[in-house]
Design a protein around this ligand. Structure first.
Ligand SMILES: *Cc1c(COP(=O)(O)O)cnc(C)c1O
Length: 255
């Protein structure tokens, strides 16, 4: 989304359990309404709250308000929070680009990794997971906006990677993940989501075994309703639940 649109949304900072309850209920109601508009069952859409940059003392309240899964973009931050909040009943999803030298950390604590974009990372994760006797749910990230700043495979690289993934038995492929273009032009945003859905559908037609449940992780605070209308099964929502972030998004997708 553009800077002006982002600012105009004015996500207020949630601190108390009650703030989180209210924000989660509001997001959930919008997800449900978007699903119904598209003739979908709202139960097909999971909400993944994204807690990056949010300090532990506020995350505790989000968990008290009902968050059972948390998404983090950066491995070091996720690892630190996982350790500090080990007594909470919450599972951790790493949703940001991974370097192979951090695969060991992800294999140790994460329940899900949504940004798989290379064979090298698949290989590194699988080796660490096999050693730890663990499995990991993964989504393959696709660059649907064509922007250099976004991570993910080019759409035409997807089939070759998916054909290799069954060799890595600790990885359970759950579906595809993407970030749409940040734009006020909803047609452009929608076309990113449609591209991901088409890729999922074409992959399944070619080989139903390659994509697990065929999940689609797409949609963030600024565009999750469009994503749900276009078939999202997992929306990753940070600011609309936790409040505006001070850190610029260029921290997470350079460029
Ligand atoms: C931060 C982040 C989100 C959530 O963005 P919000 O604008 O806070 O909703 C979603 N996906 C990824 C990969 C992220 O890094």
């Amino acid at each position: 989304m553009t800077e002006s649109a982002e600012q105009s949304r004015q996500y207020t900072t949630a601190v108390a359990v009650e703030d989180f309850r209210r924000n989660i209920a509001a997001v959930q109601a919008r997800i449900d309404a978007a699903a119904r508009r598209a003739g979908r069952d709202p139960a097909q859409v999971q909400l993944l709250p994204v807690s990056k940059t949010v300090p532990e003392e506020r995350i505790v309240n989000a968990v008290a308000a009902g968050c059972r899964r948390l998404g983090e973009n950066k491995v070091q931050e996720a690892k630190r929070k996982h350790g500090a909040l080990a007594d909470l009943d919450v599972s951790w999803s790493v949703i940001g680009h991974l370097q192979t030298n951090k695969a060991k950390d992800v294999a140790a604590f994460a329940d899900e990794f949504q940004a798989l974009d290379s064979l090298r990372v698949a290989e590194a994760l699988d080796r660490r997971l096999q050693a730890a006797g663990r499995g990991l749910d993964v989504y393959v990230q696709v660059n649907t906006s064509g922007e250099d700043s976004k991570y993910g495979l080019a759409p035409d690289e997807l089939p070759a990677l998916l054909r290799q993934l069954p060799n890595y038995s600790a990885l359970r492929v759950r579906g595809l993940m993407s970030l749409a273009v940040f734009s006020d032009d909803t047609d452009r945003v929608r076309s990113c989501f449609r591209l991901l859905r088409d890729l999922r559908d074409r992959t399944r037609d070619a080989d139903p075994d390659l994509l697990g449940d065929g999940g689609l992780s797409m949609g963030m605070s600024g565009d999750y309703e469009l994503a749900v209308e276009e078939g999202s099964t997992c929306v990753r929502v940070g600011q609309a639940i936790f409040g505006a972030r001070a850190t610029p998004d260029s921290m997470y997708w350079p460029g």
